[in-house]
Design a protein around this ligand. Structure first.
Ligand code: URA
Length: 192
């Protein structure tokens, strides 16, 4: 097990190093820092967002701005610290003005995300917002219809959730996001 964790850690480090040097799409030109993702190599839960924002681009770390603070609060409500999970995005460089990533940018970056998922192989993957849900599951339904519903594929439980930034902009979504995460608590805190 210790060896497994060391191998996973090495694979994640290798992916992060590649991401930091990546020039595969135009987002590379405008970035301050690439944001590969971070967290426990042995994480059973992964959170996938859309793309780095201003603070993430400056620090090279995912979800460190207001949406990240809200995500940390939500995690604590179910007894988790961010160090226990793995947090990443569908694109690893900031889209200008925080626009949605373009399909070609998502496609260029996808192998990095696929590599992270394959290395960690978590039990639960929370997909934060529609772009993450579309990219990972190919499901483009409105969040209002699919949030909180578990989709099981190859033994992994995928859960589309409202993006924490959406809940910050639209206050009525915050209790919905909290309720979805709370309902997932048994899944998020089990060791399987
Ligand atoms: N929003 C995201 O989708 N990802 C981040 O890392 C920060 C904000």
């Amino acid at each position: 097990m210790i060896e497994d964790a060391a191998i996973t850690s090495q694979i994640l480090d290798d992916i992060a190093a590649e991401v930091r040097m990546c020039t595969l799409c135009p987002l590379a030109k405008a970035r301050t820092k690439a944001v590969p993702g971070e967290g426990a190599a042995g994480a059973r839960i992964m959170f996938i967002g859309e793309g780095p924002g201003e603070q993430e681009d400056r620090q090279g770390r995912p979800f460190v701005g207001p949406a990240g603070q809200f995500l940390e609060q939500l995690l604590r409500r179910v007894g988790l610290e961010r160090e226990e999970v793995f947090i990443t995005n569908i694109v690893k460089c900031r889209p200008p003005g925080n626009r949605e990533p373009m399909p070609d940018e998502v496609a260029a970056c996808k192998p990095y995300l696929d590599g992270q998922i394959a290395a960690i192989w978590p039990s639960v993957i929370c997909l934060l917002g529609k772009p993450a849900t579309m990219t990972v599951l190919g499901i483009g339904e409105p969040m209002g219809k699919i949030h909180g519903q578990i989709v099981e594929r190859d033994g992994v439980k995928y859960v589309p959730l409202y993006h924490p930034a959406a809940a910050l902009h639209q206050a009525s979504l915050a209790p919905v996001l909290l309720a979805d995460i709370t309902r997932l608590k048994p899944l998020l805190t089990s060791q399987s």
